[in-house]
Design a protein around this ligand. Structure first.
Ligand code: SAM
Length: 212
């Protein structure tokens, strides 16, 4: 991927071993830093891998974002370095506590201890017409969660979804799992790009889609 393909605020920076994805912000997970830059490790981030594979996610500087499955903030911290208001949903209390620390010096990052399968529980907090919905929940029913949260996206907004095959069915062929998930997703979204995330993440499919 060439530099100009990257969203504003995300760069390829040389930390001493060649160009690597980077954002500007305070470090979160022990990642290498150089001045104001910190490395965005695609091996630890499905969204990082999606960008490293060259997909156009539609994420741009200042965008409003809803992030589902924020865990302890590895990826969403990079998103918040770049984006505007960033709502981060996570239902595991321990991870959500870590997320609060990550948000401490990121005033645009809003952690929400909520279940992404129940969007009505955060609909009063999250503004509508968002630019980007990022989802990495890695649980069964990933397409359904994306469908239920489509209500928050602007008509020209983007879903950037990571589907983990083994979360749907540990025994099935990942390609069959992805085909089923894409069929479900197409009831609510138009898929504009998709790509498997090897070598960064095995048996994961990244999908970029727009609401129908
Ligand atoms: N996106 C994170 C990152 O790159 O830093 C990693 C996410 S991890 C693969 C999946 C996370 O989704 C876990 O922290 C899990 O607790 C959370 N999760 C799973 N189902 C969820 C749900 N229904 N609502 C909220 N969070 C959920």
């Amino acid at each position: 991927m060439s530099e100009h393909d990257l969203p504003a605020g995300i760069a390829r920076h040389d930390f001493g071993d060649g160009p690597a994805l980077a954002t500007r912000g305070s470090p979160v997970y022990g990642e290498p830093t150089d001045g104001e830059w910190r490395r965005w490790d695609p091996h630890r981030s499905k969204l990082g891998a999606t960008l490293a594979k060259g997909l156009d996610t539609g994420l741009d500087a200042g965008d409003s974002v809803l992030y589902l499955g924020a865990a302890n903030g590895t990826t969403v911290s990079h998103v918040a370095d770049v984006a505007g208001p960033t709502y981060a949903v996570e239902f595991a209390p321990r991870s959500a506590r870590d997320l609060l620390d990550v948000a401490e010096n990121r005033p645009n990052l809003f952690p929400l201890l909520k279940d992404a399968r129940k969007p009505e529980t955060y609909a009063h907090v999250v503004e509508g017409d968002l630019d980007v919905l990022v989802q990495d929940v890695a649980t069964r029913g990933q397409a359904r969660v994306a469908a239920e949260n489509a209500r928050f996206l602007a008509p020209d907004g983007r879903l950037v979804l990571s589907i983990k095959a083994r979360s749907e069915d540990v025994t099935a062929d990942p390609e069959d799992v992805f085909a089923d998930a894409l069929a479900d997703l197409r009831e609510t979204y138009e898929v504009v790009a998709r790509e498997r995330l090897e070598p960064y993440h095995d048996d994961h499919l990244a999908v970029v889609a727009t609401p129908r």
